[in-house]
Design a protein around this ligand. Structure first.
Ligand SMILES: [Zn+2]
Length: 147
């Protein structure tokens, strides 16, 4: 149960991490082989439960980013149409190009999210996570080129 006294800080060393539930700072304490993260309001996590909570946060943030990218593309197309009707050909072209670029980013992000959803629905088909992001990026690029 979360604490009520804000001056009663958790045991251990403060970490650069924030609590997935309340956004507060997290302290790390070790008991034998167990590591426990506790925020100042009393939310507690093991290393594994922190990872799980962070995964959920990252996925939610990516879906939000995808929604913003799609909204941005729609707004840019609207601005292009407006520029077209007011005979600003250069602005129209510029807005269309920006909208295309944003759509490409949205497509890449949407593909990553769909791949993640498929992997979550079918864990047996999940590929091992590459050790560096460059490998992840080149794999994503190869998949796009194969289409
Ligand atoms: Zn918390």
């Amino acid at each position: 149960m979360p604490k009520t006294d804000p001056h009663d800080l958790p045991e251990g060393k403060i970490t650069p991490f924030t609590c997935p539930e309340c956004g507060g700072s997290l302290w790390k304490a070790r008991t034998g082989n167990m590591v426990r993260y506790t925020c100042h309001t009393g939310h507690k996590y093991s290393a594994q439960s922190m990872l799980n909570a962070q995964n959920s946060e990252v996925e939610a943030a990516l879906w939000t980013a995808l929604r913003f990218l799609k909204e941005r593309a729609l707004l840019l197309e609207e601005m292009a149409r407006k520029a077209s009707s007011s005979k600003y050909a250069l602005s129209e072209k510029n807005f269309h190009e920006q909208a295309q670029e944003v759509r490409k980013h949205a497509e890449v992000l949407g593909q990553i999210l769909q791949d993640g959803t498929r992997a979550a629905e079918n864990p047996a088909a999940r590929k091992p996570i590459p050790k560096n992001s460059a490998a992840t990026k080149s794999a994503a690029t190869r998949r796009r080129r194969q289409k």
